[in-house]
Design a protein. Structure first.
Lengths: 109, 155
């Protein structure tokens, strides 16, 4: 039984690790399309709102994963702090706001 | 029963391992294409899809780490905060799509109205100063009015 558990463990770790590495590598080398990731879809210009959402996402994800690694309670996933949820909520609100604002003047024109 | 469980366990382990290996091999050899993993149908990369990708990897690795930390391994409970995080992300994606569709529809309408107004203006100017009916030529000819009575109406 222990051998079986070890085999399944190794399989899961190898699969997830390989997938993460492969996707990360292809994102970095441009084999996965990332054109216009930070551009507004309407104006095709660089969008600071998208950048801040990306930064907030990466920071929040990284922070939570560090909490997982340093968690003392080894058998539970750490909860996401309320402040982090608020931060991401605010970031999304800003992004959605910036996405809908250019609509107004053009609609009126 | 123990032997049966063990055999079933090994069958599952072999199947999962083989499936994982095949998927990884096909990914590596580009038989499963990843180039549009975070792309929208129009070819642009999607920030929402990228965000889902990050959350999926991070939460997946987190679950894996916590599962393997226990002896024997056991799946942990998913905290409400993580579900809230994913809910915000998914909700934002849906709202963003709604805004995008609304904006595209509005742009298309403005573009269509502008083209119609330009065509009507061109048709009006194609009437000669002495009152003779001109014949619209060029790209706007297809949308020029059929008779002088149509000129100047509908703007």
């Amino acid at each position: 039984v222990n051998t079986l558990a070890s085999v399944l463990t190794i399989e899961a770790v190898v699969f997830v690790a390989a997938l993460v590495l492969l996707v990360s590598y292809r994102l970095i080398t441009g084999e996965i399309n990332s054109i216009a990731l930070l551009s507004d879809k309407g104006t095709r210009e660089f969008s600071p709102a998208r950048l801040q959402l990306l930064v907030a996402t990466v920071l929040a994800a990284g922070y939570w994963f560090l909490k997982v690694l340093s968690s003392a309670a080894g058998n539970q996933l750490p909860d996401v702090p309320q402040d982090l949820v608020l931060l991401l909520g605010g970031s999304h609100t800003l992004y959605l706001g910036s996405k809908s604002l250019p609509l107004l003047p053009r609609q009126l024109s | 029963v123990d032997v049966l469980s063990l055999v079933a366990g090994w069958i599952v382990a072999v199947f999962v391992g083989a499936a994982g290996a095949v998927i990884l091999w096909k990914l590596l050899t580009n038989q499963i294409k990843l180039d549009k993993l975070i792309s929208e149908p129009n070819g642009d990369a999607s920030l929402s899809r990228f965000q889902f990708l990050i959350f999926t990897f991070i939460i997946g690795m987190g679950v894996l780490v916590v599962t393997l930390r226990q002896s024997p391994p056991a799946l942990p409970e998913i905290p409400v905060g993580i579900l809230a995080l994913l809910g915000i992300s998914a909700g934002s994606y849906v709202v963003a799509k709604g805004i995008q569709v609304q904006r595209d529809t509005r742009f298309e309408q403005i573009r269509s109205d502008t083209a119609k107004a330009v065509a009507e203006q061109a048709a009006a100017t194609s009437v000669a100063p002495n009152g003779a009916t001109g014949v619209a030529t060029g790209p706007l000819a297809a949308v020029a009015p059929a008779s002088p009575a149509d000129v100047g109406t509908g703007v």
